[in-house]
Design a protein around this ligand. Sequence first.
Ligand code: ASP
Ligand code: MG
Length: 417
Amino acid sequence: MARLVMKFGGTSVADIDRIRNVARHVKREYDAGHEVAVVLSAMAGKTNELVAWCREAALLHDAREYDAVVSSGEQVTAGLLAIVLQDIGVPARSWQGWQLPIYTSNAHGSARIVEVNGAELIKRFAERNREVGVVAGFQGVHKETGRITTLGRGGSDTSAVAVAAAIHADRCDIYTDVDGIYTTDPRIVPRAHRLDRIAFEEMLEMASLGAKVMQVRSIELAMVHKVRIFVRSSFDKPEDIDPSGTPPGTLICAEEEIVEQEVVTGIAYTKDEAQISIRRVQDKPGVAAAIFGPLAEANINVDMIVQNVSEDGLTTDITFTVPAADYQRACAVLETARSNVGFKSLDGANDVAKVSVIGIGMRSHAGVAAKAFQALADRGINIRAISTSEIKFSLLIDADAAELAVRRLHSLYGLDK
Ligand code: ASP
Ligand code: MG
């Protein structure tokens, strides 16, 4: 017997038929003797609709009321699943964030989970014939004000991991519309293959750098609390699953659990970044602070930074990247800081892509990145900026070369199957 959290996303609960399908998945685990808590998203498209209603009501609206509105999608699906489970003979009840409770910060619209009380779920496993707790994802409550909060878009992944940590679950199963984590996007590289296992650190990089399977925060939380996550498909028919076999999927786990570690695990890419270059900056102490201070104050995330050595000892060039959505704002901030910083000109590009090569094996292997530089050079792909960390390196290139680069790197590091 195991204790499981099963999380289903919006497409898996899009209508009553799909909810019945989810219920059969839950019943399958329940009948196998497991203790089960379920975490759900709203029906596909529902949260978008609720967000749009808030905007239509008033462009500038009270964030607390926004949360009151957008949290309602999950209230509906949680209740419906409990009804369907009861109907097929599985004891179940729904839980909203404030009922467990799931305490969060009061950053309405993007609140952070502070504490989850899983005691009642555990008690009911023991006392009520393993009653299945169906928890509304995405929402919580601020302890001091008692107001409902939401965790930011995609937040039900984070709810699931937090509930799993709170009830000391053996595993958190994420049922989604893909059957696991792939070495890269299979739409770009048909030879991409599903990973059996991936380490938390690697998954964190993959998720941050473009693989959109799970909310980044959920992986951070899983890493801290050592919650093992299994990503699997919600489209498999519950009746077709062999209860004694291992279903297809990817286990996200601690690196000690990964026996055969490849040097490179995956390639991520994103076109959501823009490059800014500041030319002929005065080369003196304090300049970097004068540039990046105001950007930080404006809440703009700077990622890759390249500074040239100045030839004349007087001026230099600095290149860096910001999220594409913040590009215009970043330029405006820098223009304002111009007299303070002292630079000749500012230019930038929005049509860039960041390709990242990820693998914890890089810690113990030298020359991994050098191979990539040569391979891209052979294809005539120019590298605009480079950044590295212990377990990954990222290359900024022209957006229209991104797919070629991803394919080339995928085979270079032996990931083609
Ligand atoms: N329903 C919420 C959203 O669409 C939370 C989630 O699905 O994870 O963002
Ligand atoms: Mg999601």
